[in-house]
Design a protein around this ligand. Structure first.
Ligand code: GLN
Length: 291
């Protein structure tokens, strides 16, 4: 670039970026990325360098390795990969979990579910998380209730593997089992569970086409879509749930905003009550087994 008289200030070579800017300076680099929102570019540079964006924006010299990593992250994001997969880590309530294409990225709504679950039962001793994915709910609840025994199940062996890694990395003891909903649970838990939580797949097949492309093309479809109607997995949970809860035990599930009344019906024997999320959408069903 004719008017670029910057000198290298690190011992690494000056790189010509994909966008024609010769720089090792983070502030210049941040300005050089078109077609992505600023806050995403900042987060990608944070992820590539391990530095806080306040120092990056002021301008620090970056190594060649950091710049190369940043550009590969930008390319992945431009190909619509979820930002959280690129960052690799998502905060969730009191913990953080690693995420990648094996699992759904935990959503703010599911963090609300965690907040509801935290106060739903006094000192729960046995907690089960169905469709655990990254293990976010199960691990956060173990953090909150260290004395509780926590089981998490998932039908995806990929998810089970990652949930186990996340529990181990958090130093929290969660038993993660491979299988469909209640199937892999030990039989002695029948009628003994204090609290069941779940963010199951709840979209209808037809909804898939209209999802944002980063969700549709990158997150696991089995974690999103339940069947032709979308309430199929929740129907099974509602049916089996009363067998597994102790008398007075509580169940809280995330649901589709379009299914509130139908799900309330399905959970009627547990007194299914529908609760809205912070966006005002009917998002949770809360039930309790009769005393
Ligand atoms: N809330 C998710 C989405 O709309 C769906 C999650 C789910 O099916 N559990 O992307």
């Amino acid at each position: 670039m004719a008017n670029d008289n910057r000198q290298p200030t690190t011992d690494g070579p000056i790189r010509t970026t994909d966008y024609g800017l010769r720089t090792t300076n983070s502030a210049d680099l941040l300005r050089s990325i078109p077609a992505l929102p600023d806050h995403e570019v900042r987060r990608l540079l944070e992820a590539a360098t391990g530095r806080h964006w306040t120092s990056l924006i002021l301008g620090v010299d970056l190594t060649t390795g950091e710049i190369v990593a940043f550009h590969s992250f930008v390319e992945r994001r431009r190909a619509d990969e979820p930002l959280q997969y690129i960052e690799g880590i998502v905060p969730f309530g009191p913990i953080e979990v690693a995420v990648d294409q094996r699992v759904l990225v935990p959503r703010p709504e599911t963090e609300e579910l965690y907040e509801i679950a935290k106060v739903a039962v006094e000192s729960p001793l046995v907690i089960v998380d169905l469709c655990t994915g990254s293990g976010n709910l199960a691990i956060a609840l173990k953090h909150t209730f260290p004395a509780a025994t926590i089981y998490a199940t998932d039908i995806s062996s990929d998810a089970v593997e990652l949930a186990r890694e996340n529990a181990r990395d958090a130093g929290l003891d969660v038993t993660v089992l491979l299988g469909d909903l209640f199937d892999p649970l030990p039989d002695h838990l029948r009628g003994r569970i204090d609290l069941i939580v779940s963010n199951p797949p709840y979209l209808a097949v037809a909804e898939l086409a209209d999802l944002p492309v980063d969700v549709r093309d990158h997150e696991p479809t089995t974690a999103l879509v339940a069947g032709p109607i979308g309430d199929e997995v929740l129907a099974t949970i509602a049916e089996a749930g009363s067998d597994w809860l102790r008398p007075g035990g509580v169940i809280i599930c995330e649901i589709s905003e379009f299914h509130g009344p139908a799900i309330a019906d399905r959970f009627a024997s547990l007194g299914g009550e529908i609760k809205r999320d912070l966006f005002g959408k009917e998002r949770f069903v809360i039930g309790a087994a009769p005393q």
